[in-house]
Design a protein around this ligand. Structure first.
Ligand code: PAF
Length: 278
């Protein structure tokens, strides 16, 4: 595995790489969800490039940038072991030099849900992903379904800005009790970890209701909210059912939809979602 810290060197290595080239952008603190992205790229591409950069621009001033889990040594071992060929680990100044002044805004999709609760978050995500896709020019780029709104925002910028990658969305990897893998899970204490499964349980309730023929999104939303309210350690930001592509809230489930939840368990904010097929 070759490791690069400058844009110029990483770009050159990507230009010379055997195609197809797959890109797996990460913020490190790797878990089996990231491994699934890397494995898919290694499986589908002749070269796999990964990036490890905790992007300050996607954290709000009161969010957990400073306490975001970091585990660079272990991550390097995982990248190498999983077959990553090129790894980009830039400094913040390399990505955002002092005179940096161009930001990417992905419009309506970035204003809903996470955009409402984390103003500026998608501006940071869209900007860094746009930069990474522009530098590496991959044939394919891999992102997890757990951050479904992020995947929709990235597809939007990839199309609108003609970045030319095939955006591949990889299914969410879950713990045996259903909790979606997330780098933030390590911050949960044992009580919080037990309670955190409520997100999956509420999403499963929605999935089961739709599988049994329910179409009233309002009633399902209310049932999800009720389940979350029963857990004193869980503070819900939203539990909703939306169109699967636009993320507009639905009244009736008559086309592919998503159930989405964001909740704080103690001080740790978790998100999860479940595709719903009527
Ligand atoms: O999903 C993440 O880890 C980040 O949002 C990403 C896509 C690497 C951009 O910083």
């Amino acid at each position: 595995m070759q490791v690069f810290s400058t844009v110029a060197e990483f770009r050159q290595a990507c230009t010379q790489a055997k195609r197809p080239l797959g890109l797996v952008p990460t913020m490190g603190a790797l878990h089996a969800g990231h491994t699934a992205l890397i494995r898919r790229s290694v499986d589908e591409c002749k070269t796999t490039a990964a990036t490890l950069f905790v992007n300050p621009a996607q954290f709000g001033p009161k969010e957990d940038f400073n306490s975001y889990p970091r585990n660079v040594q272990a991550d390097m071992g995982t990248f190498e072991h999983e077959g990553v060929n090129l790894l980009f680990t830039p400094s913040t100044d390399e990505v955002y030099p002092p005179d940096f002044d161009t930001w990417v805004h992905a419009g309506k999709l970035s204003e809903r849900l996470e955009g409402e609760f984390r103003p500026g978050h998608f501006r940071g995500v869209a900007t860094v992903v746009c930069k990474l896709l522009s530098i590496a020019r991959p044939d394919k780029a891999y992102f997890g379904q757990k951050d479904v709104q992020q995947t929709l925002v990235i597809k939007r910028i990839n199309t609108d800005l003609n970045l030319g990658a095939d955006i591949v969305v990889v299914p969410t990897v879950r713990e045996p009790d259903g909790l979606a893998l997330s780098s933030r899970n390590v911050k949960l204490n044992p009580d919080e970890r037990r309670v955190a499964t409520v997100l999956y349980n509420a999403l499963s309730l929605a999935k089961e209701a739709v599988a049994n023929g329910a179409t009233d999104a309002g009633a399902i939303r209310a049932a999800m909210e009720e389940l979350l309210r029963k857990e004193p350690l869980a503070q819900m930001d939203y539990a909703t059912i939306t169109d699967a592509s636009t993320l507009e809230q639905l009244d009736a489930i008559s086309r592919p939809a998503l159930a989405l939840i964001a909740a704080r368990i103690g001080k740790t904010r978790l998100i999860d979602n479940m595709p719903l097929y009527p």
